[in-house]
Design a protein around this ligand. Structure first.
Ligand SMILES: [Zn+2]
Length: 413
């Protein structure tokens, strides 16, 4: 009896291969350290590229910045040879700092396995997910399953900072050709249909410098900043009233994260500074537009100006806001992945939401394509000391990616 394409693909995936590849990637530190070109993603990117070439993938290396290359590998139809959809399994090659290595129970670049957990910086966020995606795509190729489309693995740089890798990718012909994506971030193998968005705002309060002994001779921006801060909870309640509570992500948050005065000159006990600065970290839920929130912050600023005569308050986004994203459960990629989870693990798929934004936010907003975030590792573990990923989840992710790809790219199964 001939086995189904999915069975053939799944039989190509072994725990050993997924684990070994994850360990190999974890052992290459890839913390972005400006001014140290050998300390960033380049070495990981080279390893990924060599692996793709050994496995017979088509490969494109995209130099995003000096020493910071995206690597994209794909199997299936070659450009222009056939129509069909492109499914992208997306991961990033950078990791955040390990902090104090002495605080770790195992060295942060060891990839050591203990009690079914693989330890190391990037094990969950997200070299494990990337390795699982690579092995999944290779398994599809090795099983020689005919694809009515293209299966791509994109290993992008700089997710942890400005997401310049994803922003570059969506401007390339390969990126523009993507029809749907699975973002392989650690979400404990839940199908995440929503991702929070973020808006960072800088609020600058301008007053007038004066001697501390003669406050009536100046305008104190610190007092106005205090008034503004005191009324933020009210603003937050108003923002929350403007959007439906998300089942997965709850309510939006408006959080002050930076307070600074004076700005640009030395702090002295007897000097009322000219300016004070606040930064707000606003987390958006689906349906809440960054422009509307910015407008509400501006209104609070104007109101504070009226209460504090002589002050002027400006509000500006620190960088382009990232909107929250949501995809529908009826999307083909969601259904394919849901099917894959049932098929591979014989459990009911769990749906969820991503508490932050990811490269998927860029893919979703720039390309308008459906994305699902799904990957191995506890949602809370990224950026912590003793980061680790359960080996069983790693292997399950690889198998789910492969099965979902076959399902999504065959449609005849
Ligand atoms: Zn990540």
């Amino acid at each position: 009896m001939s086995r189904s394409p999915v069975d053939r693909v799944l039989s190509e995936i072994t725990e050993r291969e997924v684990v070994d590849l994850t360990v190999e990637l974890v052992r290459i530190p890839s913390v972005f350290r400006p001014g140290e070109p050998e300390a960033n993603e380049r070495a990981v990117a080279r390893t990924v590229e060599a692996w793709f070439r050994r496995e017979g993938f088509s490969v494109e290396v995209q130099e995003v910045a000096p020493g910071r290359p995206n690597v994209v590998g794909w199997v299936g139809w070659v450009d222009g040879a056939s129509p069909g959809e492109t499914l992208c399994l997306e991961g990033h090659t950078d990791v955040v700092t390990e902090g104090d290595p002495a605080a770790w129970r195992h060295p942060p670049w060891s990839g050591l396995i203990e009690g079914g957990q693989l330890y190391g910086r990037g094990s969950a966020d997200m070299k494990g997910g990337l390795a699982a995606a690579m092995v999944a795509a290779a398994a599809v190729r090795r099983a020689r399953v005919p694809l009515a489309g293209r299966l791509m693995v994109a290993a992008l740089v700089d997710e942890e900072d400005a997401m310049s890798g994803a922003k570059h990718f969506v401007g390339t012909p390969l990126g523009r050709g993507v029809s749907a994506a699975i973002i392989c971030e650690p979400e404990q193998n839940e199908l995440c249909l929503e991702q929070k968005g973020v808006l960072w705002a800088r609020v600058t309060v301008h007053g007038r410098m004066a001697h501390g002994a003669m406050p009536y001779a100046g305008v104190n921006p610190i007092a106005a900043a205090g008034q503004f801060l005191a009324r933020l909870p009210q603003l937050e309640r108003r923002v929350r009233r403007g959007v439906r509570r998300s089942r997965f992500l709850g309510v939006p948050h408006v959080t002050p994260t930076v307070v600074r005065a004076p700005v640009g000159h030395v702090a002295q006990n007897n000097v009322i500074p000219a300016t004070a600065e606040l930064r707000l970290d606003v987390r958006l839920t689906p349906g809440l537009e960054p422009g509307g929130v910015l407008g509400a912050i501006e209104e609070l600023a104007q109101d504070t100006e009226r209460r504090c005569p002589g002050t002027r308050i400006t509000v500006e986004p620190v960088e382009a806001p990232r909107p929250a994203t949501r995809v529908d459960r009826s999307e083909g990629i969601v259904k394919a992945l849901e099917w894959a989870v049932r098929r591979v693990s014989a459990r009911r798929p769990v749906f969820g939401g991503v508490p932050g934004s990811t490269d998927g936010t860029i893919l979703r907003t720039a390309l308008g394509i459906p994305i699902v975030t799904f990957g191995p590792g506890n949602r809370l573990i990224p950026h912590q000391v003793d980061e680790h990923v359960p080996v069983a989840e790693l292997v399950e992710a690889a198998r789910c990616y492969a099965a979902a790809a076959v399902r999504f790219l065959s449609r005849h199964d």
